[in-house]
Structure formats: C-alpha cells, structure tokens
Design a protein around this ligand. Sequence first.
Ligand code: CLF
Ligand code: SF4
Length: 520
Amino acid sequence: MTEALIPDTYSSEPAVDIADVMQKLAEHKGCGTEGGSGKASCGSSAGPADMPEEIWEKVKNHPCYSEEAHHHYARMHVAVAPACNIQCNYCNRKYDCANESRPGVVSERLTPEQASKKVLAVASTIPQMTVLGIAGPGDPLANPGKTFETFRLISEVAPDIKLCLSTNGLALPDWVDEIAKYKVDHVTITINMVDPEVGQHIYPWIFWENKRLQGYEAAKILTERQLLGLEMLTERGILAKINSVMIPGINDKHLVEVNKAVKSRGAFLHNIMPLISAPEHGTVFGLNGQRGPTAQELKALQDECEGDMNMMRHCRQCRADAVGLLGEDRSAEFTTDKIMAMEVNYDAEGRKAYQQAVEAERQAKVEAKKSELDGLDAAGDMKILVAVATKGHGIINEHFGHAKEFQIYELSAKGAKFVGHRRVDLYCKGGYGEEDALDTVIKAINDCHAVFVAKIGGCPKADLTAAGIEPIDAYAHEFIEQSALAWFKGYLAKVEAGEIVHTERGDAAIRQGALLSQAS
Ligand code: CLF
Ligand code: SF4
C-alpha cells in the first residue's frame, strides 16, 4: 500500500473519471426495484433486453444482485478468512462477520483445498448453485493468501461458477488488480458512513500500516479507503454492491448521504440491512442495548434512497458458511467430514441443462405476471402490502404453519414489487399451533392486507381475519406475482363496488383497531 493511493482530504466527489462506466450503469436502473412494472429491470425481466449484455451476463443468475434470480439460484460461502483488520461495534470475533452474516459461529474454517472440494461437492448436489462467495468469518482481504488461492483453485475446476467477495474495504485498493485477475466480477463493500464523525461511533479501531488507530483518525482512513476502492472497481467494470448496516440514532439518517456518495462512484446496488443486536452476542452494541431498526423503519429508509439507485431488499444476512437459496441453510449437509468422503462428479453439462430448465420456468413466471398487468389503473395512488409463504421458485408453496419467514410484496398500479421479508417464529410445532408464535407472526406482518399460503388451519385463519389480515389459500402452488395481482384486481373491484372500504394499515392502525372494515 502506498500513500499516493490515499486522497489527502475526504471529498464527497469521485477522485477519478468514471463517466464511461457510469453511463453503462445508468442505462440499467432497476435490479429488483421495479419488480412488477414490466419496465426495464433485472428484477422483472428474464431477458437481456433491459440492460447492456455484459451486465446482464453478470447479474442474471446471481441471487444477490438480482431479486428475481434469488427465487431460483443459490449461492454458497466458504469460510477461509478468519482474521480481520478492523473492529466493528456490531461484531464479536467469535461470530460470523456481521457484514455478510447473522451472528452465529462458523461451524468450520476451511483451507483453500477443502474449500475447493466443498464447492465441487455442493455444485454437484445443487445444480442451481451459481455463485461462490468469500465473506468471512473475518475480512477476506485481511487474509489475501487464502482468499485468492481459493479463487484460483475454483476457477480451474469449476469455471462456470461466478466468484464473489465481501470486504470492509480497508485493504481493497491494494487488491483490486488481483480481484480483476481472478475475474471476481462481484465485490461487496460494507460502508456504514462517509463522515468520520459518524464512523468513530461504529468503529473503535482499525489496524493500519502496522499500527492500531482509533477514533476519528481511524474512521477517516477507513472511509477514504472504501470510497477509493469503490472507484477502482468501477473503473475496471467490476460490479460493486454496497452493504450498509442501519443503526438507529447513529447512522440511520446519514445513510441517505452514504447512498449518494456510493451512487456517484458507480455502485451497482445498495443493500441497507438492519443491525442485528442482542446482549448474548457479546458485541459493544449488544451489551449497550443499541437496538436495531423495525421492519417499517428499514423500508422507509430504503424507499427514501430508491431513485435511480438499485436497492437490494432481499438480503438474508447470511452466515459466512451459508449454502443454498437465500433464506435457506443447507450447510449441515456439507460438513468437512461429509465432503471429504463424497465421490464428486462435476457434471458441467448436467448443470447447464438444469439451469436451462430453470430459465424456462423463470420465463413462464415473467409471462404469467405480464398477463395480469393490465387493468390495474383503478389502483390510482393506492399501495398495499401482502405477505407470501414460499419455499422458493417464485411459487406460493409453503404452509402457513411451516413458514419461517414471509416475503412481502407491494401491490400498486405498477404491479407487484418485492419489498422485503419478515422472519417469524414457526407457528406449527410438533403438529400443534402455538398461540404465542401466532402473535409474533401477526405483529411481523401487521402492515399487510393479506397473506398468501399453500395451506392454513382454521384457528390461525380466524385469528388472522380478526386482526384484519385476509388469509388466502386459493392460489396454492401458483406463481406469486401473478396470483397477488389477480387478487389485487378483485380487491380493487370490491372497493369500487363499495363492498369494502380501503383503509391504510400499519402499527398505528392495529393499535387503534382501525382495520379494513367490511361494508354490508
Ligand atoms: Fe455471498 Fe454476499 Fe456474494 Fe451474495 S451474500 S458474498 S453478495 S454471494 Fe447476499 Fe447473503 Fe445478503 Fe450477502 S443475501 S448477506 S448480500
Ligand atoms: Fe467483524 Fe466483519 Fe467488522 Fe471485521 S469487518 S469486525 S469480521 S463485522
């Protein structure tokens, strides 16, 4: 690392000319942000017509960079990077890197050779696994030897798998050329501030040029390095995603400024995630009682930042050894003991054929949604939320009682747009419904007008209805967006006919009992 790489002073303007790359990115504005509009968006289209071909090739089957792809394609992480070069107040080193994971110990750390075998084992078992990410448990670029050796091994044995990296950004400028050399086309930088005054409340120290630095000075160097690294990635055409942890009272309002700063430097996607904080994690924030944002606060900030910038809303804050579709964890099937004993048959042609079938399914879903886009004008400015129980593939295929999370869609005149997910306690345990769990489910989706499920029992159905959330099982095993839009049109027709009165929903509405009222 040379001093010349560090700007003398912090500037909110880009330090390099990135106009060409920005122009390309500007042509594409909506990864998952305009899901139901039918307009140009990698969240809404199954074809490359929406954006430059080279960008489409990079995002079309990356489950994090395309909301639409995350219903169909899986990722895996290999935990080869134990060390870190900074300290975040939301991290306890015994736990996964909170940049890319929810707190929980990494089950096993791997050598690059073990990681390579694991990737082959998973790719042979899960043909829709298209992306290999290194996201910890520390910082991949604080462990460059292990990180790049892993990428080298995997690019040799499985060249069809996309390579992905997540970093805190301190060491990023030193390694951008190496990242480009190994064709790592997707890099995530966690940027929680662009103002050291804010940063000093998030980062107690960084380890920089063989010294431990603290406070304002540490945060200043970190933000300069992060923004420089982002500009260098943009110059090389590497797609950069920015993760930001929303910490109420510390950086929540400031993240709007972060959004502008990263957008102006060519970031492809911004992922604002909620702080996960609990005393048992042993983090500074957890022990201080620092709370995370509510789902509604998070959505409001994401909405505020959404303009021409792509916002990611489907992040599941994965473990550093996660395997599977986002939201599922199959890592227990691939422990080191198991993978070392596995006969691996890497069938590249079989994987290709499987993924072609996935694309056909995906195209059918897009066509089905388009067929429901007409006739939504009656919605005017109305926007309502609905919850969906799904196991994946963009289909309503989960029982209410088995759902560990609900996907949330916003329905409006523009169509159906994915806006997030809500984790819940499992309602059905050992064949019986848990009343306490039902309360938490209702609380989690209390701003939704309806919940779509494959099946639901009489008791939860009655309680949901009493809470003003309509349980709907009439679209079991059908496409989510097409079904939600068909139901929405029926809802609009009833409002127009005066059969029901449309009422806004939300926490306040629940408290006041001002729910959807039936007019007889
Ligand atoms: Fe992994 Fe991250 Fe790559 Fe995805 S995760 S390194 S970009 S392959 Fe994805 Fe997981 Fe969210 Fe990360 S859902 S935590 S954004
Ligand atoms: Fe923890 Fe990741 Fe922050 Fe390092 S960068 S302190 S591993 S959250």
